[in-house]
Design a protein around this ligand. Structure first.
Ligand SMILES: Nc1ncnc2c1ncn2[C@@H]1O[C@H](COP(=O)(O)OP(=O)(O)O)[C@@H](O)[C@H]1O
Ligand SMILES: [Mg+2]
Length: 233
């Protein structure tokens, strides 16, 4: 579904991704794990069209999307829930969710909003409230709900568990599993390697801009190198 081949991405003179190749098949949960600064967010931003690879290719459903602007990439079916959630804190939950559907012209938005509110009952409780008044976990749910409002074929999740208490982390990962059980395709990047590898069909390890390992989530959980570097020994 999504195929990235040999991309090199720079911030000015600094290279953030070096010859990175990954793929995601329909119906998979694929995880990218790696330390702070490894290039995980850069990879998702490049897929979303916020950054351009200097070389290499990105194809989605067999079409090159490298030259597409970000809104066109959303229209084609890729939705990004960014690191740090990036919700509009002075707008209501309702308005934030509506913004997630900005690329759509079909008449089915209300229906999808109802589905998001069924999935996240707390967003329904807070529907008319300013998003900034909500807890971190609720804001993360809003960020995911907003991303779902574009009706994505693949959902990109950047560190959805960051800064959340363990019970909320479990809740968020269960939501990711539910979305996948319903047929959703998910590319998730996480510093929380343990949790991400537990739910991922396949995963890649990113170290200072390079993919150094890739395998099933299960195999990486048992891999001694991964254990030592990312799972606390
Ligand atoms: N806007 C930017 N300008 C310059 N360098 C950046 C910028 N954003 C990230 N970087 C650098 O690119 C590298 C990868 O960052 P990032 O993709 O955010 O890593 P991660 O998400 O894995 O923590 C880091 O060395 C970081 O300092
Ligand atoms: Mg990041």
């Amino acid at each position: 579904m999504l195929e990235i081949k040999g991309i090199n991405v720079f911030y000015g003179a600094i290279q953030a991704l070096n010859d990175v190749s990954i793929n995601v098949q329909k119906g998979e949960i694929v995880a990218i794990i790696g330390s702070n600064g490894a290039g995980k967010s850069t990879l998702l931003r490049t897929i979303s069209g916020l950054l351009r690879p200097r070389t290499g290719s990105i194809t989605f459903k067999d079409q090159d999307i490298c030259a597409c602007p970000p809104d066109e990439i959303v229209r084609r079916g890729i939705s990004h829930s960014p690191e740090g959630r990036r919700i509009f804190t002075n707008m209501t939950v309702h308005e934030n969710l509506q913004l997630g559907a900005f690329t759509r012209k079909d008449g089915d938005v209300a229906n999808d909003m109802e589905k998001v509110l069924q999935r996240f009952p707390r967003l329904r409780e807070r529907f008319k409230q300013n998003a900034g008044t909500m807890s971190g976990g609720e804001q993360q749910m809003l960020a995911i709900g907003r991303a779902l409002m574009s009706r994505p074929e693949i959902l990109l999740l950047d560190e959805p568990s960051l800064g959340l208490a363990p019970n909320l982390v479990t809740e968020i990962f269960n939501i990711v599993l539910d979305l996948n059980k319903e047929g959703g395709t998910i590319l998730i990047v996480e510093q929380n390697a343990n949790r991400a590898l537990e739910i991922a069909h396949r995963a890649y390890v990113l170290e200072t801009g390079n993919i150094v390992l890739s395998d099933t989530g299960k195999a990486l959980l048992a891999n001694p190198k991964v254990k030592e570097a990312y799972l606390g020994g």
